[in-house]
Design a protein around this ligand. Structure first.
Ligand SMILES: Cc1cc2nc3c(=O)[nH]c(=O)nc-3n(C[C@H](O)[C@H](O)[C@H](O)COP(=O)(O)O)c2cc1C
Ligand code: SF4
Length: 418
């Protein structure tokens, strides 16, 4: 499999405190191209490249940028670098190994939509990366790339770096904004959406770190080159976090259209140890389980959707046969129970019930009634939770019931104990 990384092309080729090296590599040519060609050109390039938001929701970037551009009022840009999804660490590497591409993407976005203020919300645990990012911003400012009258193009823009509040829910747009405004990080009722009324009550355009980096890549190389890999509906490459029982876990840039099997065995180096791979959890803890029998499918938005899977935040957690499925499910749902913000009953109480039943399955004391309740409560969470956390928390349970029902039920008492 031969392909050239494009999104991560500058990894390990310069240091965060060497902006000259980034410039020598062709950095900031995306910004100059956009200033030269114009804002509509930038939107049209984004549209051709068909970048879907890389934070998990997969919303088309060009549409978000266009809606923000059309708003004739003060607005802000927000880069979501909270990265709280278990198994996801690609944003950490993008920030660490190519901070200027993130900065350039934010400046391009600011120019296109007409924002003067930008914020980046960096996961609390990424403290060392945050400090480097601040230095990179200061250097960009000293080179006239941030601040007043950037590149004499008569636009001003600056970036403020914020520390994440240390909760998974603060990755959700509205909870993130609440926490930035000094409130408890809990999701807000929508509408209004953050694009209309977000940070400090201003229209706020939120994108994930990788989305900004992809935008910079398109503006440097053009959409045609960007789209030279990938599939019909999943253009270009994707930066993924691969972890679990593999020989070579890490952050990789891969072309859309590669199979899950290639991801595991060629990119990830195959199983670590003597046990074969049982399943992959795709997209994070909130994603579905892909069983080994489906490893032939292509890693693309369309193929995943057709088979009931999701790309999400782009993580792949690989689990081998040595791991007990029930232990894995307990770890996942314990995580969500811990991270539930408690605002709504379906999620808060639902996760308590789900975790209790999972432990009963583990102890071999679950009854058919418990199993029926597990499905019912999980469905209520999907139907009635206030935000995406509660809606997606039972995804792994549904996958387990679909692909490993026999295994889950093997220790369930087939007659209910009175
Ligand atoms: C519980 C929850 C956690 C989230 N965490 C993140 C996160 O850590 N990083 C991120 O970019 N998006 C996260 N999102 C998605 C954001 O709300 C939002 O869709 C995204 O930042 C928009 O950027 P994009 O369009 O570039 O993907 C999360 C959503 C939910 C419901
Ligand atoms: S679904 Fe969970 S995380 Fe979201 S608002 Fe309800 S309790 Fe909070």
């Amino acid at each position: 499999m031969t392909y050239k990384p494009l999104i991560t092309e500058f990894f390990n080729r310069y240091k965060y405190d060497d902006i000259e090296a980034y410039l020598r590599l062709g950095g900031f040519s995306g910004l100059t191209n956009v200033i030269y060609e114009g804002k509509d050109f930038a939107i049209s390039e984004l549209k051709d490249a068909d970048i879907k938001g890389r934070g998990g929701a997969e919303y088309p970037a060009w549409r978000k940028w266009l809606l923000a551009k059309e708003r004739d009022e003060e607005k802000v840009i927000l880069c979501n670098a909270d990265e709280g999804e278990p198994g996801s660490f690609k944003d950490r590497d993008l920030l660490n190994k190519d901070p200027y591409k993130v900065i350039e993407g934010m400046i391009i976005a600011a120019y296109v939509i007409g924002a003067k203020r930008g914020y980046i919300y960096i996961r609390e645990e990424y403290d060392h990366i945050r400090r480097k990012f601040i230095t990179a911003c200061e250097l960009a400012k000293s080179y006239g790339l941030l601040g007043v009258n950037i590149l004499d193009a008569e636009f001003d823009f600056d970036i403020k770096v914020n520390t994440g509040a240390g909760a998974y829910i603060c990755g959700e747009n509205t909870a993130l904004i609440e926490s930035m405004m000094g409130k408890v990080g809990r999701p807000r009722l929508k509408p209004p959406r953050v694009g209309e009324k977000g940070l400090f009550g201003l229209p706020t355009m939120v994108n994930n770190v990788e989305t900004f980096v992809c935008a910079t890549t398109v503006m440097i190389h053009g959409s045609e080159k960007y789209c030279s890999t990938g599939t019909v509906n999943s253009k270009g490459n994707k930066v993924i976090s691969v972890s679990g029982r593999l020989k070579s876990p890490g952050t990789y840039e891969v072309p859309f259209g590669i199979t899950v099997d290639e991801l595991i065995n060629q990119i990830g180096g195959g199983p670590k140890g003597e046990y074969p791979i049982k399943f992959v959890q795709s997209g994070g803890a909130s994603g579905p389980l892909i069983p080994a029998s489906m490893f032939h499918i292509k890693y693309s938005y369309e193929d995943f959707e057709e088979n009931g899977f999701s790309i999400g935040a782009g993580s792949m957690v690989v689990v081998d046969e040595k791991t007990e499925l029930i232990d894995y499910l307990i770890a996942i749902e314990e995580f969500f129970k811990h991270e539930s913000c408690g605002k709504c009953t379906p999620c808060r109480e639902g996760l308590n019930q789900v975790v209790k039943i999972l432990y009963k399955i583990k102890r071999k004391t679950a009854t058919l009634k418990d199993m029926e309740k597990l499905e019912r409560v999980s469905q209520v969470m999907v139907d009635a939770s206030f935000c995406g956390l509660g809606v997606t928390a039972p995804t792994a349970i549904f996958s387990a019931l679909e692909y490993y029902k026999g295994e889950l039920y093997q220790n369930v008492a087939m007659e209910d104990v009175k």
